[in-house]
Design a protein around this ligand. Sequence first.
Ligand code: SF4
Length: 79
Amino acid sequence: MTLRVWEEPRDNCIADMVCVSLCGDVFEMSDVDGKANIIAKWRKDPDKINEGFVPDDMKDCVEAAVQSCPTQIIHMEPA
Ligand code: SF4
């Protein structure tokens, strides 16, 4: 099973790194604009930095990020 994880609208990221501290295997901070994005290895489209597909066993840490993101831009659904 796979989970789709995405950030929308990514522009609203305030770069506080909460998602990275809770789930650093999925999220990272961009060197380009300083906002969070999905780590490249999880993306289907390398250029779509705000969407990834991760294994089910990462659900707990992604869920923590979904619930803790202060701007509520992280989303998750079964893929
Ligand atoms: S927790 Fe939300 S606001 Fe904070 S860095 Fe991650 S995506 Fe951005």
